[in-house]
Design a protein around this ligand. Sequence first.
Ligand code: NAP
Length: 247
Amino acid sequence: MKTALVTGAGGRIGRAIAVELGRAGWRVGVHYRSSEDGASDTLAAIQDAGGDGWTVQADLATVAGCTDLVQDTLARTASLDLLVHNASRFPEVRFEDITLAHWDGMMALHARAPFLVSQGLLGCLRAASDARGGEGALVVHLLDIGAERPLNRHAAYSVSKAAWKMLMKAMAVELAPAIRSVGISPGQVMWPEEYDASTRDALSRRIPMKRVGSPADVAHLVRFLAEHGGYLNGVDLPVDGGRSSTY
Ligand SMILES: NC(=O)c1ccc[n+]([C@@H]2O[C@H](COP(=O)([O-])OP(=O)(O)OC[C@H]3O[C@@H](n4cnc5c(N)ncnc54)[C@H](OP(=O)(O)O)[C@@H]3O)[C@@H](O)[C@H]2O)c1
């Protein structure tokens, strides 16, 4: 059974990724911060689909939370085939209202946490690669097309996603061939809950495909990368219906 850890998997896109891996028969660590019931539901869906796994709580905006997640993972498995950094926050804040706490919080969750957790799990990622004849373990980073094109009223989010994108590339250069590092940049795949119908319509019209994507679009890509994407490394793949190709 291959083993994965998916952060922020108590709902939405993280859950879709974790359950898709369950369909492929994986053992999946379902990380959550506050969505304990959601994480239990994700684990039940993984088991129904034929996989297995565990749940783990950690606040990844703190160093202690990152350390806890690493220690818990090391206690559960000596070998990790796939690490999916998905946990994120998307708060709207006007530039003049950005506080130091907001700025540092975004950088902590979107740049420091993927670094600390990846670094802490290097040994078991390398062990997974060795166990498969050097086939290579995989780290997937859920980025955003906003890492290249800043989103209005999301400056700290956009800057921190850009830092995260550089981490994805730095890992690809330094850790291959034992570990591949690949980014996925959704466009509009799942609406923030606070967006009203007119905002959703206006944003949808700007997508060449004229519709939003779905969490399954991302989940299928993660599974493809893990099962067939063995020569993909250091790239950021947009899942955006063509949105990032327009101006
Ligand atoms: N939705 C989209 O269309 C879209 C577009 C572009 C990029 N993305 C990216 O795709 C990924 C998934 O998107 P999403 O909309 O499904 O994400 P989301 O619902 O906004 O967040 C995913 C999870 O992150 C966890 N999280 C938040 N703060 C945390 C913290 N301090 N420590 C640990 N976990 C924390 C939350 O866990 P709890 O609920 O357990 O607290 C949450 O369930 C994200 O990286 C996002 O930036 C999504």
